[in-house]
Design a protein around this ligand. Structure first.
Ligand code: DC
Length: 240
């Protein structure tokens, strides 16, 4: 990758976990590009399985999921990431670019439910571990430092207050032209997603004991990037 400086020492695994709208994907993507590592968005993988289920009729619009059939299909669901003509990394579901579709409301409405299915998690954790085999990756999600890579050399847990994250999400919606959703509605949605992430039986969101906590509420993107690079340099200098 151009303009990137690989950190010194052997390549490491960097796990970034945190709540929704905490800015962890932006932070993980930017870090990966600066240090020439591969970025993997594990949330996109849960979204891709959800899209597969919707497209094949295993997930109905009313929320019912045909778990038995979805699970049976898991071995034939392949997910990868590819840099496309726009220079951005897109999510590929069985070789098809689904980047736009997985960000839509239909997927968003069902994905947290799909992410509670243990067999789905096991399949995706296997794929995620495969991505990390060569190290040199930054992966973000909810269970990366706890379940996927418990031995990751650097773990960051992003923990900004719900009100801060709701305000960010609200500003994003406004910027996209949504003039109807209120701040209160966004805050309730953020809180309910936090609750689901923290209370599911399988791999709930929690801070790994050896993760470094980051509250980025009052940080600019540049300050956040600089903070992360310092953590990487501290870790890789110990890992030489
Ligand atoms: O980060 P995101 O909003 O794209 O995540 C989509 C969903 O997947 C969300 O419900 C949380 C879930 N998820 C998860 O359970 N484990 C992960 N490692 C990543 C995401």
């Amino acid at each position: 990758m151009s303009n990137s400086t690989q950190p010194q020492g052997s390549p490491i695994i960097i796990a970034i976990d945190g709540f929704s709208s905490s800015g962890k994907s932006t932070m993980a993507r930017s870090l990966a590009s600066r240090i020439g590592y591969r970025y993997i968005d594990s949330g996109a993988m849960y979204r891709a399985v959800t899209l597969y289920g919707l497209n094949h009729g295993y997930i109905k619009k009313n929320g019912t999921i045909d778990v038995i059939h979805l699970i049976k299909e898991l071995p034939s669901i392949n997910i990868d990431f590819k840099v496309m003509d726009d220079g951005k990394q897109h999510t590929m579901l069985n070789g098809i670019d689904v980047e736009t579709e997985i960000r839509g409301m239909e997927v968003a409405n069902h994905v947290s439910h799909v992410a509670t299915i243990p067999e789905v998690r096991h399949r995706l954790v296997d794929l995620q571990q495969e991505f990390g085999r060569q190290k040199g990756i930054v992966m973000d999600g909810r269970d990366i430092g706890t379940t996927v890579f418990p031995d990751a050399e650097l773990k960051v847990y992003v923990n900004a207050p719900a009100e801060t994250r709701a305000q960010r999400r609200y500003d994003e919606l406004r910027a996209k032209g949504d003039a109807t959703t209120t701040y209160q509605q966004v805050l309730e949605n953020v809180k309910s997603r936090d609750y689901q992430d923290m209370h599911r039986a399988e791999s709930p969101l929690r801070k790994a004991p050896d993760a470094i906590e980051l509250d980025n509420s009052n940080m600019t993107l540049a300050q956040q990037d600089a903070w992360l690079i310092r953590q990487v340099n501290n870790t890789t200098s110990l890992n030489k």
